[in-house]
Design a protein around this ligand. Structure first.
Ligand SMILES: [Zn+2]
Length: 245
């Protein structure tokens, strides 16, 4: 393929633009906020599991408390009923039986109230643990929101830069013939980083290989409007007065 030396030099400007675009794209992918958000996401996942388990503990304690409260209610009603009966009976035998039962019910009530108190204390402890986890999660969630805002601001700036670079690139590309542009694009896909490189002091500025022997002879012999390639990295080698050949 042939292309004028002027057009070949445009490939270097195109390559410089593509290198800049790649750098900005890499910056966007490598923002430290990405890793920070991933780590915080894991923290939130872990604390969600803890929160679920602790909320379950609270539910269990509440169910236990309701059961004991209902047991207390049953015993209190029986005490009330037996007390009324004892007041209204004239049978000494019945009174004695009721008093025995009341004494047993009194003991049972005291025991239940002790258990009720213990369960209430446990419930409070479990509720405090839920509140603690919820507060931790709120702190992390706020951190996430802050870092997301930072990330979004940085990405917005990088995207703006990419937009400008894309416009500049299009302007350069429009001055390059379709065949040469197609060759360049093909090299970009197949090559190792650079599709076009300046030959400076007999050295490919893409891969830093210095041309010697028959490689150098071939490039020297090629007419100025011939497209030549780096024998090492395959980039289009653009010859200028700096090439030293
Ligand atoms: Zn090279």
């Amino acid at each position: 393929m042939k292309a004028s030396p002027v057009e070949q030099k445009e490939l270097l400007r195109l390559q410089a633009m593509d290198t800049k675009i790649q750098q900005v794209e890499h910056q966007a992918k490598a923002l430290p906020q990405h890793a920070e958000l991933t780590a915080l996401g894991r923290t939130l996942d872990a604390s969600r599991t803890v929160l679920t388990s602790r909320t379950g503990d609270v539910e269990d304690a509440r169910i236990e408390l309701r059961r004991i409260e209902s047991d207390v209610e049953v015993v209190e009603k029986r005490i009330q009923r037996d007390t009324e009966r004892a007041q209204h009976t004239s049978s000494i035998k019945d009174v004695q039986a009721l008093e025995t039962e009341l004494a047993a019910l009194g003991k049972r009530l005291t025991a239940l109230e002790e258990i009720e108190l213990a369960v209430m204390e446990r419930l409070e402890e479990k509720e405090a643990l839920v509140a603690e986890t919820a507060a931790e999660r709120a702190t992390v969630t706020a951190q996430v929101a802050g870092i997301e805002a930072e990330r979004d601001a940085l990405l917005q700036d990088l995207n703006r830069q990419l937009g400008e670079l894309a416009r500049d690139r299009a302007a350069i590309a429009s001055a390059i013939g379709a065949d040469l542009a197609a060759l360049y694009e093909k090299r970009r896909v197949l090559g190792r980083g650079n599709a076009a490189a300046l030959l400076r002091a007999r050295t490919c500025s893409g891969c830093t290989m210095t041309l010697t022997g028959s490689d150098l002879e071939d490039v020297r012999a090629a007419p100025a409007d011939d497209i030549v390639f780096c024998p090492d990295c395959g980039a289009v080698l653009v010859r200028t007065e700096e090439s030293g050949i």
